[in-house]
Design a protein around this ligand. Structure first.
Ligand SMILES: Nc1nc2c(ncn2[C@@H]2O[C@H](COP(=O)(O)OP(=O)(O)OP(=O)(O)O)[C@@H](O)[C@H]2O)c(=O)[nH]1
Ligand SMILES: [Mg+2]
Ligand SMILES: [Zn+2]
Length: 325
């Protein structure tokens, strides 16, 4: 496991609060599995279980998740108990079906600084609809999104830029990368430095290859081997944070995809806001409660007609708005 040789010390980039008891330690959950939590603290990685009182206080599966800052007590060499979970700054969550048809939030990663949305220029083909859905998830969760366009070597830089320019235009950072040519690897490394990042994107886009390239020795499974390992997995639940050896430290969660994170039942006004280039127009439609799909005198549709809002992005918006997916 990659966390086994982790240097002592928690995040170098965060000022840590003092523990509430002098004999407790503050640490970060790097890995969670079957009720065990691997917590990185000043004495190294400690294998912890949850205190029973925590389980009673906070029912659910996400009492502690990777990325959580926790207070632990030591119960033996390398072994401890999680006594408290500190408040989360941010979270990446999905809505899961709970009892009696009520949906509950299921936190996957806590204290996320940014999400790297990895999309290949080709192989697998670029899917703007999916990128737009991911961007909505990030906006809705108030998480910074960074687009990484991989496999630039397959299409050339001009075509890659043409494909992702609409996203740069509305203010999303795009890093053009290729593990074949080395393009963009420094930029990705700099972007990850000192932060907790979720790296996501569909299978085969090159997430693990990218992380292997920026951190030699990581040896994440790629290509056919990776596909073999993923076979039969029905969950995208992220289980592990990888500590980075970049100058400022940092952590990444390499996850197969956040597609399952439900977008359904997103209130219409929230969806409008999640398409950031729509925001300046939202108060200028003729009808209050305009859906921007068919109404006359719609400021959003006018902006699309004028080429101010990308027709492709608008198409994604309409699909989500009308539930066509
Ligand atoms: N041409 C080209 N191929 C690449 C590049 N990066 C990765 N690949 C190839 O793309 C395939 C998939 O790469 P992975 O890193 O396993 O992709 P992944 O996103 O981690 O996939 P999953 O783990 O299944 O989610 C492998 O065969 C890589 O060799 C690149 O920059 N250029
Ligand atoms: Mg992978
Ligand atoms: Zn409108």
């Amino acid at each position: 496991m990659s966390t086994q040789n982790a240097e002592p010390g928690v995040t170098d980039h965060e000022a840590l609060p003092a523990p509430s008891r002098p004999d407790w330690l503050i640490g970060m959950v790097l890995r969670a599995q079957s009720g065990f939590f691997w917590v990185r603290s000043s004495v190294g990685v400690v294998e912890c279980r949850l205190r029973g009182k925590l389980k009673k206080e906070r029912l659910g599966t996400d009492i502690a998740v990777i990325g959580d800052m926790v207070e632990i007590s030591l119960v033996g060499p390398g072994q401890g108990a999680i006594e408290a979970v500190l408040p989360r700054r941010t979270r990446l969550a999905r809505r899961a079906a709970g009892a009696r048809g009520v949906y509950k939030e299921d936190v996957l990663v806590a204290n996320v600084d940014q999400v790297l949305l990895v999309f290949a220029c080709d192989a697998p083909p670029f899917t703007p609809r999916m990128l737009d859905r991911y961007l909505v998830i990030c906006e809705h969760s108030h998480l910074e999104a960074v687009i990484v366009a991989t496999k630039v070597d397959l299409v050339g830089e001009a075509q890659a830029h043409a494909r992702f320019a609409p996203y740069e235009h509305i203010g999303y950072p795009v890093i053009y990368a290729s593990t074949q040519s080395g393009l963009g690897l420094e930029a990705v490394r700099a972007r990850l430095d000192g932060k907790l990042s979720v790296v996501t994107g569909k299978s085969g886009v090159g997430k693990s290859s990218l992380l292997n390239a920026i951190q030699p020795g990581l040896n994440l499974a790629t290509g056919a081997v990776s596909q073999q390992l993923n076979k039969g997995r029905h969950t995208t639940t992220v289980a592990e944070l990888i500590p980075l050896t970049t100058p400022g430290g940092g952590y990444v969660a390499d996850t197969p995809g956040i597609r399952e994170i439900g977008l359904w039942q997103l209130p219409p006004q929230d969806l409008d806001w999640c398409f950031r280039e729509l925001r300046p127009f939202l108060d200028h439609c003729y009808f209050a409660g305009c859906t921007h799909v068919h109404e006359p005198d719609c400021a959003v549709r006018a902006a699309v007609a004028d080429g101010i809002i990308s027709a492709e992005r608008y198409d994604s918006y309409v699909r989500l708005r009308t539930g066509e997916g």
